[in-house]
Design a binder for this molecule. Structure first.
Ligand code: GLA
Length: 392
């Protein structure tokens, strides 16, 4: 792909690129809808992601081009850095440049940037945070800013929150910026302390199954989930509870007593139990108990379905079928309302498993689900392009 990208860059921008970056996508293993109330998450970075090539310009302009969206052509920005609906995907990299500029990072010369991504869009595998970080590390390296990585992650989230307008938590940008291959990352989203945790997979593989029901954070009730969670949090704060992670499933009577709205109660109940499952799940993995972890994944799905209410029948079917076909655990992953499930299955028989999943799903929904074998990856990185290799 790299050679094709370099050729395309030259074709589009007339000159050769100088730097290349890669930022992975992510799958969340457990800890869903907990990152906007300071809870725990446990995601993993994928080996699919966004590639970017960059070259400095002699003027102040920035030009963006995506090989995935050739119909939008080159998006050029000179002085007006405002969000523009018609710039579509390019608002993500534009947002990152804008946020860095507004935080005092000087970019006197502009850039030409070409992107290519292989994360299915709208599948809940974080294609947006991936393009943000691919841009972030490219800018950081090309201008020599040396921004501390957790700070860069925070800027990328700010771009999504304040520029694109999705109030997402920090999970996606954090794992994409900080991941280590073969490790899940347990993150406390309140204080950003984290641990890299090896995955004792041995005879098991992690699969992602795409329901092919495209979700969009805009159309979905994502921002509504946040509103409900914040309202519930506020009610409990008035009772002296400073954060939801202080509560455990045993505090249910207290929550029931104070939160009367059933919708909000369900959201809060999920968040409290999910925080607990996430910490417990990571402890099980540390003890090599992948079976136990699988059981918690299934409980997490049930809770997202019944209490938090962000699953859809297609995801439920995929979870149920996975379990019937011998998975250790399965759950919807990401915001919900469509997208993917993640499941842990024995390596032996994996092809048979896939065939059965596809057959049943096609029969029920008339759609063919895509199945991806998860290979993990390190976090986003950027390097100079070696000219000799380039000219070969
Ligand atoms: C989206 C958001 C994340 C997180 C998940 C749900 O992926 O970007 O911050 O809230 O949904 O866990």
């Amino acid at each position: 792909m790299r050679e094709e990208m370099i050729t395309k860059f030259q074709e589009i921008f007339d000159e050769a690129p100088q730097y290349k970056s890669f930022a992975p996508g992510r799958v969340n293993l457990i800890g869903e809808h907990t990152d906007y109330t300071g809870g725990y998450v446990f995601p993993l970075a994928l080996d699919i992601g966004t590639y970017a090539l960059g070259r400095k310009r002699r003027d102040r302009k920035f030009r963006f081009y995506s090989m995935n969206e050739p119909e939008t052509g080159i998006i050029e920005v000179d002085k007006n850095w405002k969000y523009r609906e018609k710039d579509d995907w390019a608002n993500y990299p534009k947002g990152v440049v804008h946020i860095l500029k507004s935080n005092g990072y000087t970019m006197d010369e502009g850039l030409d940037i070409l992107f290519y991504g292989n994360i299915p869009r709208g599948a809940g595998l974080s294609s947006s945070a991936s393009i943000e970080l691919a841009t972030g590390v490219l800018l950081d390296e090309m201008y020599g800013f040396q921004i501390e990585r957790t700070k860069l992650v925070t800027y990328c989230r700010e771009a999504e929150n304040t520029y694109v307008g999705v109030n997402c938590g920090i999970m996606d940008q954090f794992i994409i910026g900080m991941a280590e291959k073969n490790r899940g990352l347990l993150l406390n989203t309140k204080d950003l302390t984290f641990q890299q945790v090896p995955l004792p997979l041995k005879d098991y593989s992690i699969l992602i199954i795409n329901s092919m029901i495209r979700r969009s954070l805009w159309d979905s009730g994502y921002n509504r989930c946040i509103e409900d969670a914040k309202r519930g949090e506020k009610i409990l704060k008035d009772q002296g509870i400073s954060t939801l992670t202080e509560l455990t499933p045993r505090d249910r009577p207290l929550v029931e007593k104070h939160i009367k709205d059933p919708g909000i109660y369900g959201r809060i109940k999920h968040i409290i139990t999910e925080n607990h499952r996430t910490l417990e799940g990571v402890n099980l993995l540390k003890n090599g108990d992948i079976q136990g972890f699988g059981e918690l994944m299934l409980q997490s799905h049930e809770s997202l379905k019944k209490d938090f209410q962000v699953s859809i029948p297609q995801l439920d079917t995929l979870v149920e079928d996975s379990m019937n076909l011998g998975a250790l655990g399965a759950r919807m992953t990401g915001a919900g309302f469509g997208g993917c499930i993640v499941t842990i299955v024995p390596k032996v028989g994996v092809e048979k498993f896939k065939r059965a999943i596809i057959k049943n799903y096609e029969k029920t929904y008339g759609l063919t689900p895509e199945i991806y074998l998860v290979n993990s990856s390190d976090g986003a990185k950027c390097e100079k392009i070696n000219r000799e290799v380039n000219s070969q």
